[in-house]
Each structure stands twice: as C-alpha cells, then as structure tokens.
Design a protein around this ligand. Sequence first.
Ligand code: C5P
Length: 213
Amino acid sequence: MSHFVIAVDGPAAAGKGTLSRRLAAALDLAYLDTGCLYRAVAARLLEAGGDPADAEQAAAIAAQLDPADLDRDDLRSEAAGAAASRVSAHPAVRTALLDFQHRFADNPPGGRAGAVLDGRDIGTVVCPDASVKLFVTASAEARARRRYEELLARGDKVIYAEVQAEMKARDARDRDRDVAPLRAADDAVTLDSTDLSAEAVFQAALEIIAEKT
Ligand code: C5P
C-alpha cells in the first residue's frame, strides 16, 4: 500500500529535524530521523572498540540494528555524528538500513496515514516516489553556529572553531561519497533557512505541501 510520504533532506544542522517533527505533529504522520540509524550503528561500533573504516563490522551491526538502539542517549554527540558520517559511506551499511526505512515508510507506526523521513538521500534513494520532497539548507556559518549552540545547551564543552571544522569535514564527506551522496532530488523544493525562523520554515513547508497535494 502506498502511503503519503514527505522526504526532507539536507546538510547537518540545516533545521531538517525541527521542521520534520513539526510537520509530523501537525499532519499526524509518523516521523523517522534516519540520521539516528547511522548514529546508532556508529555508537555501537565505537562501543565495541571498532573502527568506522571497517565496512564489514559496520554492516554486520547495521543488519542487526534494534529499534531500541535509536533511543540511546549518546546518539547526538559530535563523536557519534562524525563516526556516523564515516560508516554511512559504506554501501553495505546503506543497503542494510534501507529495509528498515522502507518498512517505516510502507507501514507507518501507529496506523498513521503516512510518514515524514529526514536524512540525506530520502528523496533520491530511499523514497524516490515520495509525495513531497523538501531540501532544507542554510549557510555553513549558520549551521555551524546552530550546532555549536545546540551542543552548549546540552552542556557539552565545545569550541566553536572545532565544531565549524568538523561540520565542514562532514559536509564534504556527505557530498563527495560515491553512494547516495547528499544532493537535492530533481523534483525537490529547496528551503533556505539561513535567515528564517523555525516558524517561517514550517509555514513555507506547509504551503509547498498544500500546493503539491
Ligand atoms: O542527520 P544527522 O546529522 O543525524 O546524520 C548523521 C550522519 O549520518 C550524516 O552526517 C550522514 O553522513 C549520515 N546520514 C546519511 N543518510 C541519511 C541520514 C544520515 O548518510 N539518510
């Protein structure tokens, strides 16, 4: 059965998560933050003393990923994010996680009529037939600043220049990898959140959804 799916892609800290959660709540759709899948694989790998460059071990962990792993407290750390961007470059890891994402989109939890999925390749690879595709972006400076403030608010001891450098490296890895690189789908509508409040991005997205449906 085909469901109503909203695909939200974009680089780190562009505001995808905030927008996706609000859309899911407003439209009564299920929500999947697909970055959490890669973060959970990375967290389990680091915990086992593994190396994110080890495709085989990372793929084995991805194949056994438990939904409970998505609730771990340590997924939002910079270390998990950086390792996630490394494990996500392995084709076998991406394939292993594809099933999980398809099941979610095809059978949204809670009997909901559809789902919002956010990530890097939802509109291009995971759900190429999504009903609506949004590509949320913002300047590298604005995204680094947001991530820095988010980490500070969590009580992490971080240095702005380091957050900025890590984000730059992560952007490059996500854009330049061979499999499912970060890019807007041809039929995606781009929303630049650099100078917009979360509320303005949400309203703009609702208008796009109304036009498309
Ligand atoms: O979105 P988030 O920052 O939580 O994602 C962590 C990492 O997981 C990203 O840097 C990216 O490399 C990877 N990712 C991905 N494909 C997705 C979602 C996340 O490759 N659909």
